[in-house]
Design a protein around this ligand. Structure first.
Ligand SMILES: Nc1nc2c(ncn2[C@@H]2O[C@H](COP(=O)(O)OP(=O)(O)OP(=O)(O)O)[C@@H](O)[C@H]2O)c(=O)[nH]1
Ligand SMILES: [Mg+2]
Length: 274
């Protein structure tokens, strides 16, 4: 289905929901937000927006708390969760139920967000048994799914939509770019290494135990270490690049997360320039 159709589908779901739960990747909370959908919810006083920072198992607590404070000061209700470790999933359920007025018995909520942030995983936990298909592949949920969680609560799972505002380098960092869709996976892998080095210069070295001075040097050493060679014996950088990107998308092996201080600095600069 074309991207625009997913967007239309998500907009329709937001229109039909009382509570909209935006699921962010706790590693990249500001990058994975969708201002457009948030504004759509906020424009309608009958709707409530909740921000979930999922995958907190991949980020140190003090970083998660800082983000929670920042978004809280911006006026958002934030719930850090981990579907993997079943952290705060009942808090999430109770917050959804209490987000609407007491006299409203039936509640419809929808889960929105970029691909792969864990929307379906969270909904499955709320439901109590596997109902929404989960996969390590970004863009796995293809169609709408309505799930009755309790008598009062119905939740719609939506397919993740990639925001047009995200550059290809950002999509690669977020782990939502499919390696097979990249025209040049080697450049994609270099871009990943460069983006991560800019945020956390030791993360890749630590994850793969490879010393390097530049992204191309890293990829060559990575190809060697993984024995990725073509028939003639030359290094197969294309295959190595795909392996690296796939591991980043599926396994989150590299410990990397956005720096909240950096976000605050950039936000201040932007405000001063207005
Ligand atoms: N480490 C970690 N991984 C998680 C967590 N929640 C989900 N995942 C993993 O993230 C991947 C994507 O999960 P899904 O629940 O399919 O994500 P989704 O948001 O529904 O993705 P789309 O349907 O593509 O939009 C899977 O490999 C999950 O196992 C979490 O809390 N921590
Ligand atoms: Mg899904």
């Amino acid at each position: 289905m074309p991207k625009d159709d997913y967007d239309t589908m998500v907009r329709k779901m937001i229109k039909g929901s009382d509570v909209v739960v935006e699921v962010l990747d706790a590693r990249f909370p500001s990058l994975s937000r969708s201002g457009r959908y948030e504004r759509m919810v906020q424009r309608d006083p009958t709707k409530r927006l909740l921000i979930v920072m999922n995958k907190v198992d991949l980020v140190p607590d003090h970083v998660v708390n800082k983000w929670k404070g920042i978004f809280g000061r911006e006026g958002f209700k934030v719930i850090p969760t981990s579907a993997r470790e079943r952290l705060s999933t009942s808090v999430l359920r109770n917050t959804i139920l209490s987000a609407v007025k007491d006299d409203m018995f039936y509640i419809t909520a929808c889960f929105i967000g970029l691909p792969n942030t864990g929307k379906s995983s969270l909904i499955n936990i709320l439901k109590g048994r596997s109902s929404a298909p989960v996969a390590p592949i970004p863009g796995f949920t293809k169609a709408l799914q309505a799930l009755r969680i309790t008598t009062r609560l119905k939740i719609y799972d939506t397919p993740g939509v990639v925001s047009k505002r995200l550059t290809m380098a950002q999509q690669i960092l977020l782990g939502i770019a499919k390696p097979e869709k990249l025209s040049d996976p080697v450049k994609g892998a270099w871009s990943l290494v460069q983006s991560i080095d800019e945020i956390n210069p030791n993360a890749i070295k630590k994850a793969y135990e490879i010393e390097y001075e530049s992204p191309p040097e890293f990829l060559e050493k990575f190809a060697e270490k993984r024995h990725k060679r073509k028939k003639g014996g030359d290094l197969d950088l294309d295959t190595a690049a795909r392996v690296l990107l796939t591991e980043h998308n599926n396994k989150a092996r590299i410990a990397v997360w956005e720096d909240p201080e950096d976000y605050l600095k950039k936000k201040k600069e932007k405000e001063e320039n207005v």
